[in-house]
Design a protein around this ligand. Sequence first.
Ligand SMILES: Cc1cc2nc3c(=O)[nH]c(=O)nc-3n(C[C@H](O)[C@H](O)[C@H](O)COP(=O)(O)OP(=O)(O)OC[C@H]3O[C@@H](n4cnc5c(N)ncnc54)[C@H](O)[C@@H]3O)c2cc1C
Length: 478
Amino acid sequence: MTTRGLNRRKFLGRMAQSALATLVVGRASKQIAASASIKPTSVVVIGAGLSGLYSALLLEAKGISVTVLEARDRVGGRIYTLDDLPGKPEAGGQSLSETYQRLLTLAQKLKVPVEPLQQLDRALLLHINGQSVLTPDWSKSMANQLAESERSIVPPRLLTHYLHPNNPLEDATAWRSPTHFDLDIPLDDYMLAQGASPEALRLMNVYPFSMNSLETASALWAFKNDQQVQTLSKTMMHVKGGNSRLPEQMAASLNSVVQTKKVVTAIRSQETGVQVYCSDGSTFQADYVVCTLPFSVLRQVEIDPPLEGAQAEAVQELPYTIVTQVHVSVTNPFWEEDGYPIRMWTDSVLELVFPHKDASGEVQSLTCWANGASAKKLDAMSEQELGQFVKAELKRIRPATEGNVEIARVVSWGSDPYAQGAYAHFAPGQIRGFQNKMAKPWNRIHFAGEHTAIASPGMESALESGERVAGEILVRVA
Ligand SMILES: Cc1cc2nc3c(=O)[nH]c(=O)nc-3n(C[C@H](O)[C@H](O)[C@H](O)COP(=O)(O)OP(=O)(O)OC[C@H]3O[C@@H](n4cnc5c(N)ncnc54)[C@H](O)[C@@H]3O)c2cc1C
C-alpha cells in the first residue's frame, strides 16, 4: 500500500518520527533534546518489547539507523493480548495507570486509543483453610486463623497492612539510597519482627505480587512496590482492542521492519563495533547494541568480552517472579447457581480467580492466576494433568463450576523461553549488592528493560528504561 508515493511503513515512520521528536519526557530528555547533530550511527536493538521498541523509535527520530531483532514471531514481549480467546484477556501487562506519562503520551502520538478498564467487581469470595467466606464475614469466620490483632484484615490486604504504615521511602527513587539498605533483608524476617503471625505469613505468600515468596524477596523491594502502588490512579486503563495494539503500532511506526524469529545467542563488542549472532546463523553488525533481554534470558547469551563483577552477578542471579495463568472459558454462569461473587482469592494452588468482561459487562472468561510456588506446581504438570487438576480444584473450591468451565489456554511465563519469568525482583542483599551497577553500559552494549528501571512501575518502567538507553547512546554519538 502506498501513500502519495511513499510506502505505508515509511509514511507512518516519518509521521511517527516527527511526533516522537517532541515526545521525550523525564530524565533523559535533556540528553536527547541536546543531541541535535549526531554522527551517522547504527544500532541493533535486541528485543521488541516496550523497552526495545521505544528506544528504537527515539533513536530513529534522531536519524540513527536501527535494526530490531526479536526472538518470537510477534512483537510486544510481555505485552500479550490473547486475541483468539473470548474477551481477549491479557496474558502479560494487564492495565495501565493514568500516571503512566510516557505511555499515555506515546499512545496519543501514535493514535492508539486507551480507555478505562471495566472495574473489577468489589465483591470477593475467599476460600481459605477449606472454607468459602465472603469478605464481610471474614473477621468472624472459623476459617480465619490469624492472630487476634490481624483478624479483621482480609488476606489480600495483609501485606499492605504490614508494609504501608511503616514505609520509610520518601519518593519513587529512595529505595536505591544506602540510607535504606538496612531493609534489604528477607521480607519474612521483617514481617516476623513486626509481629506477623505464622498464619499471616502463610497467607501473605499467596500471590505476594512481584515476588515468589516473602523468604526470597527483599523487604526493601516490597517497600518500593508499596510506594509505587500508591502512585497508581484509581481508574486503571487499557488499550482499546487489547494492549498488544500499542507495541504493534510502535513497530509499524519504525522505518525498518522488526526482524522476528531472530533468537540472539551471542554479542561481541569490539573497538570498532558490535556483532550480534542469531541461532539461525545470521549476524548483524552495528556501532552499538541496546539489549533489552530479561536477565533471566540474557544469562544464556554469550557476551564477549564477558561482563564482570557485580554486573555479571546481577545477570546470573536476579530472580524473576514465576506466574502461570490458566484461562478458562465459561459455558454456563455458575455464579448464578451458587450466588457467590465470581472473583475469588484462595489459598489453593489456583490462588486468584477473576473474570474478563466485555464492554457490556458480560463475563467472557476467567483467569486463574498462580504465583511463585503455586505456579511452579502447575508448570510441573503435563497439559492433560493440568487441565484435570484445575477443573478438579475449581470444583472443590466452587462446586457450581462442575460442567460449566473449560480450559481455554495456559500461559506460563516461567517456562516461556524468551521471558523465563514475569517480572524481575530483588532477593535480600541484591539492592545493596548490584542494583546500581546492573544497567551500566558494557563497552558498546547498553542495557534496557523493565528490570533496569528506577522510578516507574510495570509498562512505564520499560519505557523509562528505553528512554534512558536512547539518551546514553545519543550522548556517545553527539
Ligand atoms: C503476567 C504479567 C502481568 C503484568 N501486569 C502488568 C500490569 O498490569 N501493568 C503494568 O504496567 N505492567 C504489567 N506487567 C509488566 C509489563 O508487561 C512489563 O514490564 C513490560 O512489558 C516489559 O517490557 P520489556 O521491554 O522490558 O520486556 P519484554 O517485553 O520481555 O521484551 C523483551 C523482548 O526480548 C525478546 N527476546 C527474549 N529473548 C530473546 C533473544 N534471545 N533474542 C531476541 N529477542 C529475545 C522477547 O521475546 C521480548 O519481546 C505485567 C507483566 C506480566 C508478565
